[in-house]
Design a protein around this ligand. Structure first.
Ligand code: FRU
Length: 531
């Protein structure tokens, strides 16, 4: 079985790899992160202004996310020596509001056991691991070691799990000398991306792990010793599963809860390539069982992969905070940015909504995002053919919020188009007859860096049979995130226009678009201007 879509990449990086035991081995931590990100001004072409990007170099999946004492931690797959994928480290950033991030020194370096692939982190309140110093709770990171030599030699056990801990609130990390803590005896080569959580009822840690075309669950009293619990998959599925997550969400209006299993799928995503899916079901502490016909896409765009959630976040059990990698393995390494590659989605709040077809997860931007809004530019409530929105905002960096009066809207389709003088355009369309929204980036900017990127448009089902439809559209230089129907349908796409989009036109086809309310807000940058 060959499961990695990127085998050549792994082999290439073997040649590049300089995976010694720590900071002395490659660039020093401070040259790529934290204080000395000197050359980066965060104003390069295509640099997002309110989404997290590393100051420089390659980033993929979000990793090791936890909240502790007012700080949100975000680690990520990081290769400091290049803008393409390579020997993986965990980069690290910290924020008090999920928006303004401060890069920290690299948290985890590759070592003799291998590269540091994706994983999670937990706040070990009860000090079950014994790593605590008696004052602060230890934070334990659980990650996959990927041994490139073993992979090259054709072994089937070159991915295994390791742990590291921090006793200074995530500032420095020590790898556990007893690593690996979970070896791969499954005979399946893909054995990675552990997401760990504390299961109250059974008083133990549970790990959900992606194992090729399914997940396996393991349990542990102390994060060091793991026993197999169960597995979950779909009969006949041959796609590669990655980056799972498992958590409880309260059912709306009830004290009961359901469990949600997030799984990223490396092929045949909703917009081609990679995408994040989920199952809603039940978990009894040992086994996860999905509700019938419950695999759904968390996002219908091309660019929300490896979406996982924060441990210990102060949001109550009706909600869950998460973030995704805003790219797609089909072209992530070819997109036209220079100093860095890839951004994260805006952090999102997940919750359960009951629908005719069972439960769905709604995702909306975290409330803090509205704090970046500048002065509102109000839109007229009736829009005929087309209307160019003008005022004190840049279409390239704004929050467009509409509450559509569907009963009085006579248009059969409506939407908005962003464009620049070079003729690049991005079209966001809501089609009432088809109950769909689409984002068309096929002419969003200069072609040539990837064929797959310009296939499209991408679309998502949206119920247009309601009295009103609320739409939130976040535009940030090189990305659009559409949240429709209170987050029940989402679509995230990136794009790379030749110059920033400078015109925003709202339009209606076959009638009038009527709004209860419509506003555009300029969005502040999260990056401090650098001298
Ligand atoms: C997902 C993924 C993970 C793996 C990591 C390697 O994007 O392939 O399965 O741990 O990236 O960087």
């Amino acid at each position: 079985m060959t499961h990695l879509i990127r085998p050549m990449l792994f082999l290439m990086t073997l040649l590049l790899a300089s995976c010694g035991e720590g900071p002395d081995n490659g660039k020093s931590a401070s040259s790529v992160a934290g204080g000395d990100a000197g050359a980066t001004r965060y104003d390069e072409p295509h640099r997002p202004q309110f989404h997290f990007t590393p100051s420089e170099a390659w980033m993929n999946d979000p990793n090791g996310m936890f909240y502790l004492e007012g700080e949100y931690h975000l680690s990520y797959q990081y290769y400091p020596d290049s803008t393409v994928w390579g020997p993986m480290h965990w980069g690290h950033a910290v924020s008090t509001d999920l928006l303004h991030w401060e890069e920290q020194p690299i948290a985890l370096y590759p070592d003799s056991l291998g590269y540091i692939f994706s994983g999670s982190a937990v706040v070990d309140e009860l000090n079950t691991s014994g790593f605590g110093n008696g004052e602060d709770p230890p934070v334990v990171a659980v990650f996959t070691y990927h041994d490139p030599q073993g992979e090259q030699a054709g072994a089937d056990d070159f991915q295994y799990q390791g742990i590291a801990y921090s006793t200074d609130k995530g500032r420095t990390w020590t790898k556990y000398p007893g690593n690996p803590v979970l070896r791969n005896d499954t005979g399946v080569r893909d054995f990675r991306d552990p997401k760990v959580f504390w299961h109250r009822e059974t008083e133990r840690w549970v790990m959900v792990l992606a194992v090729y075309d399914r997940v396996m669950l393991y349990g542990s009293p102390d994060l060091k010793n793991w026993e197999y619990l169960s597995e979950f998959g779909i009969k006949g599925d041959t796609r590669l599963w990655e980056c799972p997550d498992l958590f409880r969400l309260r059912q709306p209006g009830s004290r009961e809860s359901k469990w949600v299993l997030l799984v990223s799928i490396q092929q045949e995503g909703p917009a081609g390539g990679t995408g994040t899916s989920y199952f809603v079901g039940d978990f009894d502490g040992t086994t996860f069982a999905a509700d019938p016909a419950s695999q759904k896409w968390l996002d219908y765009g091309a660019d929300n992969y490896a979406f996982v959630t924060w441990d210990n976040a102060p949001v109550g059990w009706g909600n869950r905070l998460g973030i995704g990698w805003m790219s797609n393995w089909q072209y992530a390494q070819e997109v036209p940015t220079q100093a860095w590659r890839s951004a994260m989605t805006v952090p999102r709040v997940l919750s359960l909504v009951e629908d005719a077809g069972g439960y769905v997860i709604s995702s909306v931007p975290v409330p803090a995002v509205t704090g970046l809004r500048g002065q509102e530019v109000a839109l007229p409530v009736r829009i005929g053919d087309s209307l160019q929105a003008t005022g004190d905002f840049s279409p390239s960096q704004c929050d467009l919020s509409l509450l559509v009066d569907l009963e009085n809207t006579t248009a059969t389709a409506f939407g908005c188009t962003l464009s620049n003088p070079e003729g690049d355009r991005l079209v966001i369309r809501f089609d009432r007859e088809q109950d769909r929204m689409t984002v068309d980036r096929t002419r969003s900017g200069p072609r040539g860096f990837s064929e797959a990127f310009f296939k499209g448009p991408h679309s998502a089902p949206v119920d247009m049979g309601q009295e009103s439809l609320d739409l939130r559209i976040l535009l940030d230089v090189a990305s659009v995130e559409v949240f429709a129907d209170r987050g029940k349908a989402n679509l995230t796409d990136i794009f790379f226009p030749e110059s920033p989009y400078s015109a925003l036109v709202l339009w209606a086809e076959g009638g009038e678009l009527v709004l209860f309310d419509g506003s555009v807000y300029p969005m502040e940058s999260i990056w401090e201007p650098r001298p």
